[in-house]
Design a protein around this ligand. Structure first.
Ligand SMILES: O=C(O)CCC(=O)C(=O)O
Ligand SMILES: [Fe+2]
Length: 294
């Protein structure tokens, strides 16, 4: 299907590709109004096929976002429970809005390439981010197809990486990216205790599509276990440089009401921090638990 071609699937939803490697816009569906049960299989298939799906102009309540997310699987809770919505603890706020001088949501969330909760034994399957307020410019989110990046590696490189495992650790992000951020309090001892380091394969196979994917990221991957420290650093740096090339990326420019759903098993993403922090950027978010990477 050429880029930009709108197709109506036999199942009734319109799907338009947004970039070469990943990303598609779904239209003709008002998730707040329509009963979309019969369209759900097509929506889920688009999620698997395109890795990131975009539904514009939605106006979902937190409950409606929860209902949609639960069709994908069981919801998971984030380590940072203080940013769960008061009126609906299943929903996390990604927000720079402040109340009494303190951010009400996770501020500076994901401003480095990562796959959600890769530092947990069972990382996230799908994440659902729905924008309510956006700054007048900037604040995009970038997504990278880690399956396409894997496919473009040479066979000897694929074989080499296929035998390796890596340590993922949430505190890695705190030791590096968050280390000098104001408003981003360090993890408490209790929070740290909830996230001991875990081991995952460097190359994982998507449980539903069977596709192989590079599963390391600069946010949470500390090291490749089987290599020396210096080899690990260089192989990780090579992988990051290879994977985050423009041809593997879709960059989402947010509009109010956008709902973006991404598959963390085959993608990485990164928030772009180029907006005016005096302007509000406010999103509601759910995420669905995945399985143990194989
Ligand atoms: O705010 C964003 O653009 C993305 C934040 C993020 O990493 C997430 O919601 O998982
Ligand atoms: Fe994220």
């Amino acid at each position: 299907m050429p880029e930009g071609t709108m197709i109506t699937t036999p199942s009734g939803i319109d799907v338009k590709r947004l970039a070469g490697a990943l990303g598609a816009e779904i239209s003709g569906l008002d998730l707040a109004e329509d009963n979309y049960d019969n369209l759900f299989p097509a929506l889920y298939q688009a999620f698997l096929d395109h890795q990131v799906i975009v539904l514009r102009g939605q106006n979902l309540t937190p409950d409606q976002l929860v209902d949609l997310s639960k069709k994908f699987g069981d919801l998971e809770a984030h380590v940072l429970t203080q940013f769960n919505m008061e009126e609906n603890p299943e929903v996390l706020l990604i927000s720079n809005v402040k109340k009494a001088g303190k951010p009400i949501g996770a501020i500076y969330a994901g401003q480095y390439w990562h796959s959600d909760l890769s530092y947990m034994p069972r990382p996230t399957q799908g994440s659902f981010l729905h924008s309510k307020e956006i700054p007048s410019y900037g604040g995009d989110t970038m997504f990278c197809s880690m399956t396409q990046a894997y496919d473009d590696l040479s066979e000897p490189m694929q074989a080499f990486l296929g035998g390796l495992t890596a340590t993922h650790d949430y505190t890695n992000a705190y030791d590096t990216f968050f280390a000098h951020m104001p408003d981003r309090p360090p993890l408490t001892a209790e929070e740290r205790a909830k996230v001991p380091p875990v081991t995952h394969p460097v190359i994982r196979t998507h449980p539903e599509t069977g596709k192989k994917t590079v599963y390391v990221n600069p946010g949470f991957t500390r090291r490749i276990n089987e290599l020396s420290f210096s080899e690990s650093r260089r192989v990780l740096d090579f992988l990051f440089e290879h994977c985050y090339q423009p041809q593997y990326i879709y960059r989402h420019m947010w509009g109010v009401g956008d709902l973006v759903i991404w598959d963390n098993r085959s993608t990485c993403h990164r928030a772009v921090a180029d907006y005016d922090m005096t302007e509000n950027r406010h999103m509601i978010r759910c995420s669905v638990a995945g399985d143990v990477p194989q």
